[in-house]
Design a protein around this ligand. Structure first.
Ligand SMILES: C[S@@+](CC[C@H](N)C(=O)[O-])C[C@H]1O[C@@H](n2cnc3c(N)ncnc32)[C@H](O)[C@@H]1O
Length: 293
C-alpha cells in the first residue's frame, strides 16, 4: 500500500477529498497540516455535532492506494485540475500492512439509493424496507454506492426503470450502474473501463447479483444505445463527448456524473454539438447532467 499526502487550503479540502474518492482511493482522511506547530489553530465544534468546517487553514489530505503507481497517477491527475492551483504534493510513501479487509468492512454499511432500493455489502443483512437490493462489496474498483455521483446515477436508473434493450456503462468501475440497470429490467448491457481490474470486478459483481453484463475494455462499446451512462470526472467527460454521443441512438438518453456544480457550463458547451445537457440532480456539490439526443 502507498499513501499520497496532499497539502491544500481550507477552501480546497472538500473538492480534493471528493476527487480522491472518485479516483478509487481506498481511504481518504484529513489532518491539520500545522498540528503541533506554533501555527496550529484548533477547530472546535459543539459536542456531538460535526466540526464547523471540513478542514483546517492548511490541511493534509491523506489518500491510500494499492500501488505506488496509482498514488503517483492520482497526484498527476489532481494537479492537472483547474481548481488545483494551491494543491501541493507533500509525499508519496509506503505504509505498513494492516488488516485492511476488516478496516474496510467496518467502513461500509448498506446505502440507501431510494427508500426501496439499497446497496448492501455481503456481510450485512438487507434493511427490512428494501424491495430491490444490489449486493456489492468494495473491491479494487470504484463504485460502492457511497459516493454522491454514483448514488445520483442509480437514482436516475431507479426513477427511469425501463426494460432498456441496450445500455452502455462507460467507466464502469465496480459495474454498479450496469448492474443497477439490469436489476431494473435492462438487457444487453455493455460495461467498459480502461482499468482491467474494473472489468474483472464488474464480471464478479454481476455474477453475485445473478445478472448478465458484458464487461470489457472500452473498444467493446459498439453501435448505438438508447441509454449511455458515464460517471467519470469532468475533464475526461469533455474529451469523451464525441465518442459518447456517437453511441447514442436518436432519442437516446445520456446520463453523466462526476461533475461539480461549477463545471456545468463547460460540460454543456462540450456536448452542445450533439445534445443539450441539463442539470437534473445534485448532491453535495456534485451534479447529474442528462440529455436526449
Ligand atoms: C468515478 S469511477 C465510476 C465507477 C462507477 N461507474 C460508478 O458510477 O460508481 C470512474 C471509472 O471510469 C474509469 N475511466 C476513467 N477514464 C476512462 C476512460 N477514458 N475510458 C473508460 N473508462 C475510464 C475509471 O477507471 C473508473 O473505474
Amino acid at each position: 500500500m502507498h499513501e499520497l499526502l496532499l497539502i491544500c487550503s481550507e477552501d480546497d479540502v472538500e473538492i480534493v477529498s471528493d476527487a480522491l474518492m472518485e479516483v478509487e482511493a481506498l481511504a481518504v482522511s484529513v489532518e491539520d497540516a500545522d498540528a503541533d506547530t506554533d501555527a496550529e489553530k484548533a477547530l472546535f465544534g459543539e459536542p456531538g455535532m460535526p466540526a464547523p468546517k471540513s478542514g483546517w487553514q492548511r490541511s493534509v489530505v491523506r489518500a491510500l492506494f494499492p500501488t505506488e503507481a496509482e498514488a503517483t497517477e492520482t497526484a498527476t491527475l489532481i494537479l492537472a485540475q483547474d481548481w488545483a492551483a494551491d494543491v501541493h504534493v507533500q509525499a508519496i510513501q509506503a505504509v505498513e500492512e494492516q488488516d485492511w479487509v476488516r478496516l474496510t468492512q467496518s467502513q461500509f454499511k448498506p446505502v440507501e439509493i431510494t427508500p426501496e432500493f439499497w446497496i448492501v455489502p455481503s456481510w450485512h443483512e438487507a434493511p427490512a424496507q428494501a424491495k430491490q437490493v444490489m449486493q456489492l462489496d468494495p473491491g479494487l474498483a470504484f463504485g460502492t454506492g457511497t459516493h454522491p455521483t454514483t448514488r445520483m446515477c442509480l437514482r436516475w436508473i431507479a426513477r427511469n426503470a425501463e426494460a432498456w434493450p441496450r445500455v452502455l456503462d462507460y467507466g464502469c468501475g465496480s459495474g454498479i450502474l450496469a448492474i443497477g440497470a439490469a436489476l431494473f429490467g435492462a438487457t444487453n448491457i455493455d460495461a467498459v473501463d480502461i482499468d482491467p481490474a474494473a472489468v474483472t470486478a464488474t464480471l464478479a459483481n454481476a455474477e453475485a447479483n445473478k445478472v448478465s453484463v458484458h464487461a470489457a475494455l472500452p473498444d467493446a462499446a459498439n453501435g448505438e444505445y438508447p441509454l449511455v451512462l458515464a460517471n467519470i470526472l469532468a475533464t475526461p467527460l469533455r474529451l469523451l463527448a464525441p465518442l459518447l454521443c456517437s453511441h447514442l441512438t436518436p432519442g437516446g438518453h445520456l446520463v453523466l456524473a462526476g461533475i461539480l456544480e461549477r463545471q456545468a457550463d463547460e460540460l454543456k458547451e462540450a456536448y452542445a454539438p450533439w445534445v443539450q445537457l441539463e442539470v437534473s440532480d445534485s448532491e453535495d456539490g456534485w451534479i447529474l447532467m442528462t440529455a436526449r439526443r
